[in-house]
Design a protein around this ligand. Structure first.
Ligand SMILES: Nc1ncnc2c1ncn2[C@@H]1O[C@H](COP(=O)(O)OP(=O)(O)OP(=O)(O)O)[C@@H](O)[C@H]1O
Length: 295
């Protein structure tokens, strides 16, 4: 079945024609610990183009967080390198904005203060920092809450502040590590749509880690599927769902077929161990004497 419509194929042609912003070359990471070494990543190669939205997905322990921490310059690779705009990443920098799952806002600063923090640290005057903070808070729809403190906001609002705080420095790339993972389903869905709206209006490339297949397909141009032990690239999939995206697309053939494909990669069928059939016939241990009638 042909899944990519001519329009979507043409869109990927255009993306590929854009410059490469981020490139991983033979990236590897081995953690050394008292219990021995853990190879978290091995031979990771991929390229991300300007204004592309790439989601990273994979089973627990496949090295997603390690990868994003190396991209952020918070962790050193043991082999290979990361190039941002062609230059090797050697440490943290303003060219990368980070949004994590945990609300990493400063609780003692107001919403505006949190967003102004980066520009002030980078040498902007108070006036300029405040003006930029106001612009970004307007973009994320939080102008009215500029003087509120983080504890006065809902989880979704706090993540919007975190996005404004990351974007105010005008990074080349936004690195997002399960940013909506702690939100309830409804808020999460609103935040996904909100993020797409923001991204559409900006010259920013996004690398977004998630556990959630639907989230990855809804947001991404391409999905980088990793496999675990060690973390290696399994596939880099072009999402055939047209843009602009809307929640109504969740039921489309393209969406469902992509979902089945990624799901099969992440959860390959497991062969039952030879003695599993015997287990099924064993009696269950009972922890209750009450209400046999529920059976
Ligand atoms: N600081 C560390 N020291 C030793 N081993 C580590 C460290 N951080 C991660 N690891 C190991 O590296 C591997 C990859 O971990 P990582 O947290 O990057 O995976 P992940 O895909 O983000 O996992 P999850 O989806 O569960 O958050 C795992 O086996 C993990 O135990």
């Amino acid at each position: 079945m042909r899944l990519q419509s001519p329009e979507v194929a043409a869109r990927f042609e255009r993306i590929r024609a854009r410059e490469v912003i981020l490139e991983a070359r033979g990236l590897g990471k081995v953690y050394q610990g008292a219990q021995g070494d853990t190879e978290a990543l091995r031979g990771i190669d991929f390229k991300v183009h300007r204004r592309e939205f790439v989601c990273v997905i994979g089973p627990s322990g496949c090295g997603k967080s390690t990868l994003i921490r190396i991209l952020a310059g918070l962790e050193q690779a043991t082999s290979g390198e990361i190039l941002l705009d062609g230059a090797p990443v050697k440490g943290p920098g303003r060219d990368r904005g980070m949004v994590f799952q945990g609300y990493s806002l400063f609780p003692w600063l107001t919403v505006k203060g949190n967003v102004m923090f980066g520009p002030l640290m980078n040498g902007s005057s108070r006036g300029t920092a405040e003006q930029h903070a106001r612009e970004w808070l307007e973009l994320v729809g939080l102008s009215k809450f500029a003087d509120a403190y983080p504890h006065q906001l809902s989880g979704g609002m706090r993540q919007r502040v975190a996005i404004a705080r990351a974007l105010v420095n005008q990074p080349r790339i936004l690195l997002m590590d399960e940013p909506f993972g702690a939100l309830d389903a409804q808020t999460r869905s609103k935040m996904q749509t909100h993020l797409l709206d923001i991204w559409r209006n900006l010259d920013v490339t996004v690398l977004f880690i998630t556990h959630d297949l639907d989230e990855a397909i809804y947001l991404a141009d391409r999905i980088l599927v990793l496999k675990a032990h060690p973390g290696e690239v399994q596939e880099l999939i072009e999402v055939p769902v047209p843009r602009p995206r809307s929640p109504g697309q969740f039921t489309t053939t393209e969406f469902q077929a992509t979902r089945a494909r990624v799901d099969a990669l992440i959860h390959p069928p497991v062969e039952a161990p030879p003695d599993e059939a015997a287990l099924v016939d064993k009696p269950m241990i009972r922890f209750t004497d009450v209400a046999d009638d529920i059976e």
